[in-house]
Design a protein around this ligand. Structure first.
Ligand code: ADP
Ligand code: ZN
Length: 725
């Protein structure tokens, strides 16, 4: 009899034993349906003896074993992916099943091949028009999806759409979930590389051909052609018949990326992100597993896709904090990508103009190979950077743009060139209060102010999504029309530009306005067509975009990111400003950057102004080394939360009370988290700061294992934390 140990998708159960019935083949990695009590659950057959401690229930007696019901018609998860899942669970102290679930990210894909019925407009005119039909006819142009998805897109009920189907306004289309993707052609339009590009490309290509693990840090200034350069490695993997994974930090960037990829390889790559339709998800997942999807471009969740034959992993804009996931399994996709390369025995390229200090340190230590592109492609110059000292050159009251920046904007408008203003704050104003009684609008679920959004006419919490329309009277004192906006957000800056330069066409670019790949593509098209004069945006505009006519970048408030004072505040400020500065002067015309600050002497501002990146990184590295902070020490956080304040506090105290006493390990807290209330949960934090050599995971595991908490308490562990709220 064959017995197998399976991970099931219920963290509380751990791994369970089953019997493989006669005639069934269920090798490790098989995705299976299992009986559990009266129910059927999904599981993955796991490698014997390769289960971390928590999952290893005692073997179940043979006569009690129940039989595996079914092996699902997908390839078994490959061994390299199983190792990655096990490593991620172990390193980030996450349940194995929670990590494995990220690999099985399309439930439809597991059912096998098949057809889905989708619907699209026929182009017929309705005999009887209703407002809802009109709306559907308008919003469904060019769409094809299931009824449920169309109803969502059109904002009408499925009933309305079924009526339209009956009238012949919609028609069904049978879609085969396994239809192949067109193959990218590695030779389609290979560019002539500049010398420095060719040298870097050759190293990566050699590693792809050798099929060996080698992390590269592709460290090139903005506009140096990092994408063109790593595309050569992509081409080499395609030549070898293997697959490629490219991770991008934001889906807003994929639009620009897709166009460039298509220009180079003749067809668009396969995309993977959270706003895919269920049928697209199913098709992509299956094609990845069967080897038909050659190049996948995706958000961090693409990291756990079951590639049949991976040949290369690229992490673009690798310094981005968006690669760190802060809920569920708290992992850093940049680091896990390197581990994927390790298990798959393939090269991993981390591309950035402003690498994370951790990555530079790895290069320093010889673990990553650093490839440098020191200058822009095609002779374009890096922009000139100037500091506007706000203590001397104040904007008028109620305004945020100082005179030099306003003049520069007017100058570009005259010349028909584009400008970009950067402020990392969505909405109109970060705080709203009553002018009569001083009441401040606060989120009921979080310790945070509500942010006014004028474009969508609401007050919103950026942490939990709570929204209210701006009230006509103050909820505290009843005064009508009393709201005052305090401080600027991008919408307010956009208003200021429109008032100062009435002719300017201004676009606000944030995650609110670029929420879908389609919206992002629309923005890119408009900017390229010069239908926009001034872009006002958050960190979303700092990276990836290439607009040759953009010659001015204004940083509205360079000091904002430094306020929080967390571990990476200076590094992040440096990266954001250097990246946004890198959007200027990418074409023939030179670029100029104006940085507004109250602290022109601050190390990070001075480094930006003088273009001395190395000096900044060296100083920052020394500061971290002295403080024993990452990457020279290991940090972890424990976050305890409950809807009940007292319960959260008690649980945090219980953890604090049993803290281990180990040399080289400092444990701080528990203390109320800076965001002490988040989504209705009260939060406490502990911070563990340890020597590099300390076994932090083991320490935390043994520390927390014996503790029991009431059901309402959640204890989350964050290894290598990025967020300190
Ligand atoms: P980075 O990502 O390093 O900021 P990009 O990859 O966006 O730089 O390149 C900047 C611009 O230069 C892009 O328009 C790109 O197409 C162009 N470019 C870079 N290298 C080449 C090359 N070898 N041949 C033609 N165009 C190139
Ligand atoms: Zn909230």
């Amino acid at each position: 009899m064959t017995r197998v140990r399976c991970i099931v998708f219920n963290a509380a159960l751990g791994a369970l034993d089953y019997r493989v019935p006669e005639g069934m083949d269920a090798p490790p990695g098989s995705v299976v349906v299992l009986p559990l009590g009266p129910r059927q659950i999904l599981g993955v057959v796991w490698d014997e003896g390769d289960l971390p401690g928590d999952e290893a229930n005692a073997p179940w007696p043979e006569h009690k074993l129940r039989a595996v019901l079914e092996v699902l018609p997908v390839p078994p998860l490959p061994v390299a992916l199983r190792r990655l899942i096990a490593w991620t669970a172990d390193y980030y102290l996450a349940p194995l099943s929670a990590v494995a679930r990220m690999a099985l990210s399309s439930s439809a894909a597991l059912k096998g091949s098949g057809t889905v019925t989708e619907y699209r407009l026929t182009g017929e005119e309705p005999a009887r028009m209703t407002p809802q039909r009109l709306q559907a006819l308008d919003l469904l142009q060019g769409e094809q999806a299931t009824m449920r998805e169309l109803a969502e897109i059109a904002g009408v009920s499925e009933g309305v759409l079924r009526g339209m189907l009956g009238q012949g306004l919609l028609e069904p289309v049978l879609v085969d979930s396994d239809r192949p993707y067109p193959a990218p052609d590695p030779q389609f339009a290979a560019p002539a590389l500049a010398e420095q590009q060719a040298e870097a490309a050759a190293e990566m290509v050699a590693a792809v051909k050798a099929h060996t693990f080698q992390p590269f840090l592709l460290d090139g200034v903005t506009g140096s052609g990092k994408t063109e350069t790593y595309f050569e490695a992509v081409a080499a993997a395609l030549e070898a018949g293997r697959q490629v994974l490219v991770l991008l930090p934001e889906i807003a960037l994929t639009a620009a990326f897709l166009g460039r990829f298509e220009a180079r390889f003749g067809v668009a790559p396969v995309t993977w992100h959270s706003s895919l339709k269920a049928s697209e998800r199913r098709r992509a997942w299956r094609q990845v597993a069967f080897g038909g999807a050659k190049v996948v471009v995706g958000a961090r969740s693409a990291l756990f896709l079951p590639f049949a034959d991976l040949g290369l992993v690229v992490v673009d804009e690798a310094h981005e904090v968006a690669f760190k996931q802060d809920d569920g399994v708290r992992y850093n996709a940049r680091d896990v990508a390197v581990m994927r390369g390790h298990f798959e025995q393939v090269p991993v390229v981390l591309a950035s103009a402003t690498p994370a200090l951790e990555s530079l340190q790895m290069a320093e230590a010889g673990r990553y190979k650093r490839l440098v592109l020191p200058s822009r492609f095609g002779g374009a110059q890096l922009p000139k950077i100037e500091v506007v000292n706000l203590t001397e050159l104040q904007p008028p009251r109620g305004r945020w743009l100082a005179p030099p920046l306003v003049e520069a904007l007017a100058d570009r408008l005259d010349k028909g060139e584009q400008s970009l203003l950067f402020l990392n704050r969505r909405g109109y104003a970060p705080l709203t209060l009553c002018r009569h009684c001083g009441f401040r609008f606060k989120c009921p679920n979080c310790s945070a102010w509500l942010v006014e959004h004028r474009l969508s006419q609401r007050l919103a919490c950026h942490h939990c999504g709570h929204e209210v329309p701006p009230p006509p009277v103050c909820p505290e004192c009843g005064e009508p029309d009393c709201l005052v906006a305090c401080g600027p957000g991008v919408e307010r800056i956009a208003d200021e530009v429109s008032e100062l330069l009435p002719g300017a066409r201004v676009a606000v670019v944030t995650s609110d306005t670029l929420a879908s790949p389609a919206a992002a593509a629309e923005f890119v098209a408009q900017a390229e067509a010069k239908a926009i004069d001034v872009i006002v945006g958050t960190q979303l505009v700092t990276k990836g975009f290439h607009f040759p006519e953009l010659t001015l970048v204004g940083v509205v408030d360079a000091d904002m990111g430094l306020d929080g004072g967390d571990l990476r505040a200076a590094e992040r400020t440096y990266q954001q400003i250097a990246q946004v500065a890198g959007r200027a002067g990418r074409g023939a015309k030179p670029g100029e950057v104006l940085i507004q600050t109250r602290h022109p002497k601050a190390a990070v501002i001075a480094a930006l102004a003088s273009g001395s990146r190395d000096a900044f990184y060296e100083a920052e590295t020394e500061a971290r080394r002295e403080a024993g902070a990452p990457p020279f020490g290991r940090w972890a956080a424990i976050i305890v939360s409950s809807e009940d304040e007292a319960e959260a506090r008690e649980a945090a105290r219980a953890i604090g009370g049993t803290r281990p006493d180990e040399p080289g390990v400092l444990i701080l807290g528990p203390a109320p988290a800076p965001l002490s209330l988040l989504r209705g949960r009260h939060r406490y934090r502990l911070l563990i700061a340890a020597r590099r050599s300390a076994e932090v995971q083991k320490l935390i595991r043994t520390w927390l294992a014996p503790l029991r908490f009431p059901p309402g308490v959640r204890v989350a562990v964050d290894i290598d934390p990025y967020s300190f709220v």
